[in-house]
Every structure is written in structure tokens, then in C-alpha cells.
Design a protein around this ligand. Structure first.
Ligand code: ADP
Length: 222
């Protein structure tokens, strides 16, 4: 694969929205661990009983389970896509090391880039409480821009609020972000793999910036 793009940023920074747009525009493969884990929790999956309570508490699912899920999708994408967008992975230093090992085994360490979508916490919290999602195709909407019939524009499924988008769980997710995920900024910065983007701007503006980088990385091949 030519590009492994890690989208980093606090909950509500717009990782999911931008990941969808990038994948549509550049034909990339989206690996969104939050979506995948939520799906596992909803279905009669052998891992559901383990994953569901962790999601509902806003904590992180254990690294081994997440690695199993992620590597399955990365292996799958390797034969079919030019690149992947990793939305929500890695989320702590152990996961970052596991991803690095995975890439090293493939001689693809230089293909990884990380974009930090930077956003003040207060703005992020406002976005999260107003968020609605499509449970089928995982598209993200905000209460002030949802279609009048309350259904997903892409697939017609009724939109829902995520069970972890409540104030108490949002607080816990931020705590986890600052303690476990934010150290990844320095991790990728010291490896010269990090780009910072101001995410307190319009969706289109952020996309424009991101698309510029992605175009460059895909052409250069890492
Ligand atoms: P957000 O980034 O808005 O918090 P996500 O959809 O990315 O939302 O993640 C939702 C939840 O899924 C997290 O709170 C966590 O419980 C779980 N999760 C997602 N990615 C990971 C990961 N890489 N490692 C462990 N748990 C994860």
C-alpha cells in the first residue's frame, strides 16, 4: 500500500467525517475502529459481550482485540487499495508500536503519515452532543443539519444518537484522550510523521487541506 494515513484528534474533531470524504475522493480504504467495534457490540458477535460495556463506559477496548480487528482489515485492503485511512487507531502508545511493527514487517514504515485535527475541547463537546449518525453506513450528521425526515441521505436509514455521546461518557472519553491518545502527537512528531491542522474551521476547508497532503503522499508513495 502506498499510504497509511492516521487521523488523530480529540473526540468530535471530525476524523470520521473527513475519513469518509477522503476515501470517497481518493478511493482509499477506511478502517474506523470505533465503527467496527460498535458494529461488533451491536451484533451477535463472539466479542460483543467483552466490547459492549467498554464502549458504553467510554474506555478503550483492549489492545489485543483491536489489533486483531485492525490487522484483519489492513491485510484485506493491501491487495485492493492504494491506501488506508486509519480513523481512531492507534489510540495509545502500545497500539502505535504494534502498528509500527506491522508496517516494519511489510517494509512500509515510511508510508505512514499522521494528521492531527486540532480542536479546543469546548468546541468538540458541543459538536458531540449534537451529533447523529447513520447506524448502517456510519455517516455523521449534526442536529442543525439533519435531513428533515431524520434519515441518512446516502442509504435512507433512520439516524440515531450514539450511546456514548452523552455528557458523562463524553467527559470520560476526553480523559482517556488526554491521558492515552494525546502522547501520540509527540510520538509521531519526533519521527517527522506529523502534520497539524486547525480543525476549528469548516468541513470543506479542512478537507481541502487534507486532500492537498493526501495527493502529495500518494504521488510520492511515502
Ligand atoms: P470518538 O473518536 O469520537 O471517541 P470513535 O468512534 O473513534 O469515537 O470511538 C468510540 C469508542 O470505541 C471509544 O471510546 C473506545 O471505547 C472504542 N475504540 C475506538 N478505537 C479504539 C482503539 N483504537 N482502541 C481501543 N478502543 C477503541
Amino acid at each position: 500500500m502506498r499510504l497509511y494515513l492516521v487521523l488523530l484528534g480529540p473526540p468530535g474533531a471530525g476524523k470520521g467525517t473527513q475519513a469518509h470524504r477522503l476515501c470517497e475522493a481518493f478511493g482509499l480504504f477506511r478502517v474506523a475502529t470505533g465503527d467496527l467495534l460498535r458494529r461488533i457490540a451491536r451484533e451477535t458477535h463472539p466479542l460483543a459481550a467483552r466490547v459492549r460495556p467498554v464502549l458504553e463506559a467510554g474506555r478503550l477496548v483492549d489492545d489485543a482485540t483491536v489489533l486483531e480487528v485492525v490487522s484483519h482489515y489492513l491485510d484485506q485492503a493491501a491487495g485492493t487499495h492504494e491506501g488506508v485511512v486509519l480513523d481512531g487507531y492507534p489510540r495509545n502508545l502500545v497500539q502505535a508500536e504494534q502498528l509500527e511493527d506491522y508496517l516494519a514487517r511489510r517494509g512500509e514504515t515510511e508510508r505512514l503519515w499522521c494528521v492531527l485535527l486540532d480542536l479546543p475541547e469546548a468546541v468538540a463537546v458541543r459538536r458531540l452532543t449534537g451529533r447523529r449518525i447513520c447506524p448502517r453506513c456510519e455517516r455523521v450528521y449534526n442536529v442543525d443539519r439533519i435531513p428533515p425526515d431524520g434519515r441518512c441521505e446516502a442509504c435512507g436509514t433512520p439516524l440515531i444518537q450514539r450511546t456514548d455521546d452523552t455528557e458523562a461518557v463524553i467527559q470520560k472519553r476526553f480523559q482517556v484522550y488526554w491521558e492515552q491518545t494525546a502522547p501520540l502527537v509527540q510520538y509521531y512528531e519526533t519521527r517527522d510523521r506529523l502534520v497539524r491542522l486547525d480543525a476549528d474551521r469548516s468541513e470543506d476547508k479542512i478537507f481541502e487541506c487534507l486532500a492537498g497532503y493526501v495527493r502529495q503522499w500518494l504521488t510520492r508513495g511515502g
